[in-house]
Design a protein around this ligand. Structure first.
Ligand SMILES: NC(=O)c1ccc[n+]([C@@H]2O[C@H](COP(=O)([O-])OP(=O)(O)OC[C@H]3O[C@@H](n4cnc5c(N)ncnc54)[C@H](OP(=O)(O)O)[C@@H]3O)[C@@H](O)[C@H]2O)c1
Length: 230
């Protein structure tokens, strides 16, 4: 199968890693469906100018169940070789969980753990056996590697996501599922002092995902293909 007949959907592609992934798959010749919360950020529009019909733009707030259902209906005839949920937030990361408001706790958990699973459940039947499903987690989501603390609610949300991905995998054992750690990346979330560029992270993730296409099971990998402890 040629890249021209492959399709990726990148959820949360307005900026940062999601935008980088959308651009990378377009450059590889794939068709890309890229979602954004709203049309206010012009980065995807600039990509659309360049790639035309190979880029399909859709508005989606990942916490909006009705929006997920509407997009699923709109894409009913699609075959998705890659379903990648990248959207995520990190609020009040310096506070211990006891000091975080209920609203913040709920927003982080809903966006980072519940929303990706709602989306995966809604779109899984559009992904063929040869495809792969990925969600952007974090090394900070590793329970086993949490020896230093910090980022309490964010860590908890990504650990929850990891567990929910494994539960989904237990129900869908033939599916290829990747809990992806992108590295510490220079995005709005990662900050200017982060270790690697978006391009480096994305190039690595694209290679890692290519190797996971059609491979049953749920794996926790970083952008270099290294297995992380759950
Ligand atoms: N950067 C790192 O070092 C790093 C490390 C580990 C994991 N991650 C994970 O990687 C993913 C991408 O992070 P990033 O570094 O690219 O962050 P970013 O630059 O802050 O971008 C976050 C993206 O998520 C979208 N988003 C947030 N809430 C959303 C919602 N409710 N509906 C739709 N889209 C929403 C944002 O859309 P708007 O433009 O509309 O806000 C934006 O496109 C996240 O899941 C993050 O936790 C990042």
């Amino acid at each position: 199968m040629t890249n021209a007949s492959r399709t990726a959907i990148i959820i949360g592609a307005s900026r940062g890693l999601g935008l980088g992934l959308a651009e990378a798959y377009l450059d590889l010749g794939w068709r890309v469906i890229a979602t954004r919360r709203n049309a206010s950020n012009g980065a995807l529009d600039a990509l659309k100018q360049k790639h035309g019909a190979r880029l399909d733009l859709a508005d989606l707030d990942v916490t909006d169940d009705a929006g997920i259902a509407a997009l699923r209906q709109r894409l009913a005839s699609e075959t998705l070789d890659l379903l990648f949920v990248s959207a995520g937030i990190n609020i009040d990361s310096k506070l211990p969980v006891s000091a975080v408001s209920l609203a913040t706790f709920t927003a982080v958990m809903t966006t980072n753990a519940l929303a990706p699973m709602r989306i995966i459940e809604a779109f899984v039947d559009l992904v063929p056996a040869r495809g792969v499903i990925a969600a952007m987690t974090s090394g900070l989501g590793s329970v086993a590697a949490n020896t230093t603390g910090g980022y309490e609610v964010y860590r908890a949300s990504k650990a929850a996501l990891n567990t929910l991905l494994r539960s989904f995998s237990a129900r869908n054992p033939r599916r290829a599922i990747v809990a992806m750690h992108p590295g510490w990346v220079r995005t709005d979330m990662g900050g200017a002092g982060a270790a690697i560029s978006i391009d480096r992270s994305v190039e690595g993730m694209v290679n890692v995902l290519a190797a996971q296409l059609g491979k049953p099971g749920c794996v926790f990998l970083d952008y270099q293909g290294k297995t992380l402890p759950w």
